[in-house]
Design a protein around this ligand. Structure first.
Ligand code: PMV
Length: 332
């Protein structure tokens, strides 16, 4: 039985992906730039089997039906594109809450694509692997790489130029991203639905697209030059522009809760008191805060004091996706 285990770390976009230019091929409307996280990861083992359907386990129990269906649909795409015919047992574990804006889909699909490539000895290069990971989730290709990563939106209709590329390795820059977890409820409007509604109904969709290109340029420069203020300001403004566009959808989509707002206020206050820190927020209530190593403890302490914050997890730039040989590797 061919089998492989892969681990991929989650990533947080500093310049966000929001919107698809092709929903079927899952091609993003905009590029994005992320930091891979050192502490949150997904570990996935896939094993071929003789049953006539795919089986999915999450954290040791049969996965919820929505996850099983999404995984099986994704495996169908992988099989179609690679010629692999076998049905598969997928066992996946996250060391962080699933589907609540903590990028479990990014690390999940990156781990799954990486394990699939290894189990069936496909020998896909990073570009092809990125294209396959993208079919699962638009943020997944970024989790293939360590450190700082750019996802290219590309221009081609077939999406063959929409994949991730590394911008700078893990040890390029020691900065911290503090994830303030605030509730673990599964989000009401998933990112795909939220993106479609924003594109179709938000009066700020065009403005979002227009500002975004400049944010990508600025973030690329900021990472290259290790310019913390430029990266922070860009990341924060980009995320708030995205949420403004999302909130203005009709009907509105709101990923925040009162604790989210408390965290935002706290970051603004910290900055006013002379502590450089900047926030970003994904399709969920958690606030992620960029800080320099020397301010990380102080920022984490302030965030932990906020009513409703369940935990604050500081991350350094993390590693890229990899096969875990001891638990499997290719055994074909
Ligand atoms: O990859 P998805 O479908 O989970 O979308 C990710 C969307 C954001 O997290 C809000 C932004 C991003 O670039 O990760």
């Amino acid at each position: 039985m061919r089998s492989a285990t892969a681990r991929a770390h989650s990533n947080i976009a500093l310049v966000k992906y929001w919107g698809k230019r092709d929903a079927e091929l899952n091609i993003p409307a905009v590029g994005s730039i992320s930091m891979t996280l050192s502490g949150f990861h997904t570990t996935t083992t896939i094993t071929e089997h003789d049953l006539d359907e795919d089986i999915v386990f999450l954290d040791g129990s049969p996965a919820p039906s929505a996850m099983t269906e999404r995984t099986a649909r994704y495996l169908d795409l992988l099989r179609k594109r690679t010629g692999v015919a076998r049905r598969i047992r997928t066992e996946t574990t996250n060391n962080f809450p699933t589907a609540s804006g903590l990028a479990s889909s990014a690390s999940g699909f990156a781990a799954l694509a990486t394990a699939f490539n290894a189990a069936f000895d496909l020998g896909l290069d990073p570009r092809r692997l990125g294209i396959l990971a993208r079919l699962g989730s638009g943020s997944a290709p970024r989790s293939l790489f360590a450190g700082f990563v750019e996802m290219l939106a590309g221009r081609n209709e077939d999406g063959e130029d929409a994949f991730a590329v590394p911008l700078a390795p893990q040890d390029h820059w020691d900065i911290r991203l503090l994830v303030a977890v605030n509730g673990s409820a599964t989000k009401k409007v998933g990112s795909t639905k939220g993106m479609e509604r924003t594109r179709e109904t938000s009066p700020y969709w065009d403005a979002w697209i227009a500002t975004h290109a400049k944010d990508l340029d600025a973030a690329r420069r900021a990472i290259r030059d290790r310019n913390f203020e430029l990266l922070g300001k860009t990341a924060e403004a980009d995320a708030l522009a995205m949420h403004a566009a999302i909130m203005a959808s009709r009907p509105s989509v709101l990923y925040w809760n009162p604790t989210t707002l408390e965290c935002i206020r706290t970051v603004f206050d910290l900055r006013e008191s002379g502590v450089p820190c900047y926030l970003t927020i994904d399709a969920g209530p958690h606030v992620k805060v960029l800080a320099l190593p020397e301010h990380s403890d102080q920022v984490a302490k302030r965030l932990r004091e906020i009513n409703g914050v369940a935990g604050v997890y500081p991350h350094r730039p993390g590693p890229g996706a990899a096969i875990i040989p001891s638990e499997g590797g290719s055994t074909s």
